[in-house]
Design a protein around this ligand. Structure first.
Ligand code: GLP
Length: 243
């Protein structure tokens, strides 16, 4: 538990830096990092960019996999997760864009795209550290309430609550929010050797309580973290209101 969003962001950015540097990635043995979007990780990315600028972290031998992407949004749409990642992280650091993997929400065969993504993760030996955020309903990636805890990458219909929550990025207009997304599954995230989830704000306090103080439950998919041997939740004081 850290005081506020800023302290959470610093903590997580330093944590990622330490992990990558300890790992000493090389072209033959890259570090595989799972990444989220949303407002939760924006501060983490800003701090990673700062750490990169002062030479404390390099992404040269880092391979990334993003959690999810909207279906049908053009890749260059300002709210696509491709645009988000480029603007908040990739354009500022020394990552090789060939090492960046983001699901293609415009693929002609979406199921095949999801299979391809899972196969790629397996081919690089799995994900070392998966960073995540959650929605106020406790979803991780786009694994909405009711998602199987053994789910893999697939097409998902967004819950109405998620559409409302994300409308703020689409001029507040729910009709402009895509209704479908491609998302890694709960099991895809839990397969990572380490999972770190950022939870900030009072609006997520019920989700945090459900996820760590109640049983593992597919209605609050991030509760699967309880089963992970190396799962870490970094939250601010506001998010602890219901604990
Ligand atoms: C979307 C994303 C999730 C993210 C969630 C919370 O639903 N698919 O990965 O965790 O938003 O977003 P925010 O951090 O903006 O609250």
């Amino acid at each position: 538990i850290r005081q506020d969003y800023d302290e959470v962001s610093s903590y997580v950015a330093h944590y990622v830096k330490e992990r990558i540097n300890q790992f000493q990635p090389t072209p033959e043995r890259p570090f595989v990092l799972g990444l989220p979007t949303g407002s939760s990780p924006i501060g983490v990315y800003a701090k990673l960019v700062d750490l990169h600028r002062i030479g404390q972290i390099s992404f040269k031998n880092v391979i990334t996999f993003n959690m999810d992407e909207y279906v049908g949004l053009p890749r260059n749409h300002p709210e696509s997760y491709h645009s988000f990642m480029w603007n908040h992280l990739f354009k500022h650091v020394d990552i090789n864009m060939k090492h960046v993997h983001i699901l293609d929400g415009n693929a002609t065969d979406l199921d095949e795209e999801c299979r391809r993504f899972e196969a790629l993760i397996a081919r690089v030996g799995g994900i070392e550290l998966f960073l995540g955020g959650i929605g106020p309903d406790g979803h991780i990636a786009f694994n909405e309430p009711g998602s199987s805890l053994t789910s893999r990458t697939r097409v998902k219909t967004l819950a109405y609550e998620t559409i409302i929550a994300n409308a703020r990025f689409f001029e507040g207009d729910v009709t402009k929010v895509p209704k479908l997304a491609l998302t890694v599954g709960v099991a895809t995230v839990m397969d990572a050797r380490e999972v770190l989830v950022v939870i900030t704000g009072a609006h997520k306090s019920i989700a945090l309580a459900k996820c760590i103080e109640e049983g593992v439950n597919h209605m609050w998919t991030v509760s699967a973290m309880q089963m992970h041997p190396k799962g870490l939740i970094v939250c601010d004081e506001d998010a602890t209101l219901e604990l």
